[in-house]
Write a protein that binds this ligand. Sequence first.
Ligand SMILES: Cc1cc2nc3c(=O)[nH]c(=O)nc-3n(C[C@H](O)[C@H](O)[C@H](O)COP(=O)(O)O)c2cc1C
Length: 207
Amino acid sequence: MEFLEVLSSRRSVPSFDPSVSIDRTVLLEILNTANLAPSSMCLQQWEYIVCDTPEAKARLQAASFNQKKITEASAVVIVLGNLKAAEQHAEIVADANMEAGYFGEDRRERWIASAKKGWPTERVERDEAFRGPSLWAMTFMLAAKEAGWDTAPMGGYEPDKVIAEFGLPETHIPVLLVAIGKANPEITLLPRVKRIPAETLAHFNNW
Ligand SMILES: Cc1cc2nc3c(=O)[nH]c(=O)nc-3n(C[C@H](O)[C@H](O)[C@H](O)COP(=O)(O)O)c2cc1C
């Protein structure tokens, strides 16, 4: 598919075909494509819980204002933001930088020390934990569309319930849910809601 076709055919589907399941190999391939998303210092602040059993999806639905598409979808990805990605990923990302030729052994330790210092404030730490995973979620939806799957992003969940139900550690916060599956063939999608034009939204060089 051409990029613009992927972009314009991606829709937040209101309902999924509940008879369709998704193979974990297929899902992992899409998840890996989404990992190409950019992130601050390439620290990849995302992680995800993939709910692909009826039981896990039912638990998630109960924490998400009973949104029916959660149990209809083939799988639902709980996109998590890792508040401590800098500390946890520093070594592995430093090694990947070395492998790609960005720096040598001499800079490795300094790079790791600088990353491990973390962010200057809790606010920046939280912002980063939303920024990277949000870009990841968008990339995931486009990668899914390219692979022939439909998706639906959902912010309608109760964070505290999701945290408790799925046993999230304090370092990881739920950022967004993304359901993946095949659109319910019995439902006709209304046209896409017209976007506010850039001419209205753009502020050139100052507010
Ligand atoms: C951050 C975010 C939260 C959303 N939350 C929900 C949700 O909880 N339930 C839902 O049905 N749709 C949800 N949506 C889908 C939007 O309503 C949808 O993206 C928007 O209407 C545009 O439609 P389109 O994606 O088909 O272009 C959410 C989308 C985003 C990006």
